[in-house]
Write a protein that binds this ligand. Structure first.
Ligand SMILES: [Zn+2]
Length: 119
């Protein structure tokens, strides 16, 4: 399985530089997601429209905030993040809103991923 990076206005707004990350649970080290990170900076939020894996976390961006539940590790049940609506409140794209998980501190370990490698 390989992944096509998503190329849309959000990617453009963050400078166009994107990479895939494997996100692992800090507690049990199991992989909890494959994620496209756009632009520089720390990983504080996980935008729902950037999750490629697992299947139960993809396409959640079409849901409403009320339909979403907290993100827990499917192996050890550690809390990973909570859903919220990210609102950009300054800069060129102020007003932009996206569904995301706000990550708990020390919940996730990220590792760079080769775009064409098998999951
Ligand atoms: Zn875990």
């Amino acid at each position: 399985m390989s992944f096509q990076l998503k190329n849309d206005q959000y990617r453009e707004h963050r400078g166009g530089h994107s990479r895939l990350l494997d996100l692992h649970c800090e507690q049990c080290e199991s992989r909890v997601a494959i994620y496209q990170k756009d632009g520089p900076g720390e990983l504080k939020y996980v935008y729902l429209d950037r999750i490629f894996f697992p299947d139960n976390l993809t396409r959640l961006e079409d849901k409403s905030l009320e339909e979403l539940s907290a993100w827990d590790c499917s192996d050890c049940n550690s809390p990973l993040g909570v859903p919220f609506i990210f609102k950009k409140d300054s800069g060129k794209y102020a007003g932009e809103e996206r569904l995301a998980f706000r990550l708990f501190a020390h919940a996730i370990v990220k590792k760079p991923r080769n775009i064409s490698s098998a999951p």
